[in-house]
Ligand binder design. Structure first.
Ligand SMILES: O=c1ccn([C@@H]2O[C@H](COP(=O)(O)O)[C@@H](O)[C@H]2O)c(=O)[nH]1
Length: 225
């Protein structure tokens, strides 16, 4: 894995546009994150096309189902040899154990704890009484016990989780520069704050993709790290 922790979230529906964006900023990112929008539209073919750029691929599929189904999905993407794959920690310990067992040796399996688009009120509305910090810590502990490589959390929780899981691999989205738009993200920090708190990977999408000059934006963010 490169020393640059920035993974560009390529949430774009068109393959040619995604390829062009990735090429444009390739020298200022450490990897490419492909999510549901991209994978549902372009599947294995799309992943293989982007692999041609030579950057590690993070498949952010956030798998969440019964253990057998998630393990089968992991086996189906094994051939793509992704560097990182996400599942949801709320799928439970057995699901996480089976997902890890089905993944390739060189694939890091990380579990989403609490989505960065949720705050305490949102958790309350789905019946979770804990605040995002408590819930993320609980799910990080469960993910570690299930043998996963790490977790996804916001920059608010990564420092506390890092203290209890020293060699964990921590993916942090919800990153914004101080004057940036929050959009649908509720628990945000700056890329530098997340890195200083222990993030292994910084997931950045709109602050780069949506910039007037994505290359300049990627370069500027990299310079803050
Ligand atoms: O809790 C999570 C988990 C995943 N994501 C993903 O990260 C990117 C963030 O994009 P921005 O444009 O920088 O907001 C996006 O692909 C999400 O699906 C997340 O934001 N939060």
């Amino acid at each position: 894995m490169s020393n640059n922790p920035i993974y560009l979230a390529l949430d774009l529906p068109r393959l040619d546009a995604a390829e062009a964006m990735a090429r444009k900023v390739a020298s200022h990112i450490g990897g490419i994150k492909l999510g549901l929008e991209f994978f549902c539209a372009h599947g294995h073919h799309g992943v293989r096309e982007l692999q041609k750029l030579g950057l590690p691929i993070f498949l952010d599929l956030k798998l969440h189902d019964i253990p057998n189904t998630v393990a089968a999905a992991m086996q189906a993407i094994h051939v793509l040899e992704p560097a990182i794959v996400t599942i949801h920690a709320t799928g439970g310990r057995a699901m996480m154990e089976d997902a890890k067992a089905a993944a390739g040796e060189n694939t890091k399996v990380v579990a989403v704890t609490v989505l960065t688009s949720l705050d305490s009120d949102d958790l309350g509305a789905i019946g979770i009484k804990a605040d995002p910090m408590e819930q993320a810590l609980r799910l990080a502990e469960l993910s570690q016990a299930a043998g996963l490589d790490g977790i996804v959390c916001s920059g608010h929780e990564v420092g506390a989780i890092h203290k209890q899981w020293k060699d964990g691999f921590f993916v942090v989205p919800g990153l914004r520069l101080p004057d940036g738009k929050h959009s649908d993200q509720k628990r945000i920090v700056s890329p530098r704050e997340a890195r200083d708190a222990g993030a292994s990977v910084l997931v950045i999408g709109r602050p780069i993709r949506g910039a007037e000059d994505p290359l300049a934006a990627a370069r500027a963010i990299e310079a803050t790290l």
